[in-house]
Design a protein around this ligand. Sequence first.
Ligand code: FES
Length: 455
Amino acid sequence: KRGYRSGLVDLRAGEVSREIFVNEHIYAEEQERIFARAWLHVGHESQIPKPGDYFVSSMGEESVILCRDRAGKIHVFLNSCRHRGMKVCRYDQGTTAVFTCPYHGWSYGTDGRLVGVPYFREAYHSRLDKEKWGLVEVAQMHNYKGSIWATWDPAAPGFTEYLGDFTRYLDLQLDGWDGREGQAEVLGGIQKWLVPCNWKFPAENFSGDTYHNISHRSVDLAGIGPSGAGRRDMGERDVSRKLHVCIPDRGHQTIHYVLPAGKSPPPAYLNAPIVAEYVRHCEEERRRLRGEEARLVGAPGEIFPNTALLSRQPRTMAVWHPRSPHQTECWRWFFVDRDAPTEVKHFLRDYYIRYSGPAGMTEQDDMENWNYAHAASRGTIARRYPYNYDQGSGTAVTNYEYQGLRVPGEVIDLTETQSSEQPMRNFYRRWAEFMEADDWSRLATWRGGERKAAE
Ligand code: FES
């Protein structure tokens, strides 16, 4: 058995082997040990509002269909015919009464049941047990405030237990800007693109890489922010405590800001008065509804293993689908409050696209780094040398509180230290635990399971 803790992820030394990014055998094991067991983000219910609506998504390398059956129930199915494995749905999204396999014509209802078999009487003598040959459905599915998550593992803990204290941070993504529960809807289509790098490059970056500002310097200089002053016009950054937050036994992490007591975020979107007024109104409502909690302001984060959040500006989620050790398919969802005025939705759509995605200015910077870092790590010589994850060791605290607001998780206050690699260490510790643990009795350490931390 491979020594993930001792050999490849050595957090005491602050080192992670390049092999875990480029080695084909390790990649194959990841599919089995991580992507077949963890909870993965599939889509959002606003993408399938009516019975018969479907959206084809991915869980690891597997193509899956997220769909709403005729009774309105949401399902996630493996997109593979039970006869010879053909994709039963080759479109990105749409509406249908049945999924008819293009190869030999078996048909499945939107509830997954096998409902049509050509020559059923003649060729199968009516003996094929249709009940047994329906589409394969995920072991567990969870609708969390409209976002749909699933796992192939029946033994995995429930989704909210999997999230642990991270629920508070995911809520900022899915609740309304005015603090009302589950107000998010997906804005427009999903942006999808391929990057020639391992999936862990974007995953660790969104875990909280506050150290790569130099990569985005040109964006700051160009000034794509809503008030024309680059990304730095998000005024809350200047008046808040900036925190790294890790949920250590779950492997999730994020950057968040906490405003001082009694302070609201400085005005934003000043060159778009309708949007500025909408945001101001939402902030006021959020303070009224959520009180002190409204001081917590979202920024990038990562839910283990491969879902990234940006709950504020731009408000998006991304999934880093592994396609090979050397290729990642990035998918990005953009969110907006469902009852926001049309002008606000239009403005935010343009702003989000300009900021993120394959044509967005910041994402292009990141992609270039991941692409070349991966390429320069693949060689026989290069892969002998580990990466360094030593920054900011030993400075995390629990029960962090700032002017009366307690922040859940393990926190590093970046006000003085500026940057830390604790979130990445948290990510790779969890990665090693998944790769080594044979079952959830080891992985669910919060239930008393044995900790197999890589340090
Ligand atoms: Fe689907 Fe044969 S592969 S009907």
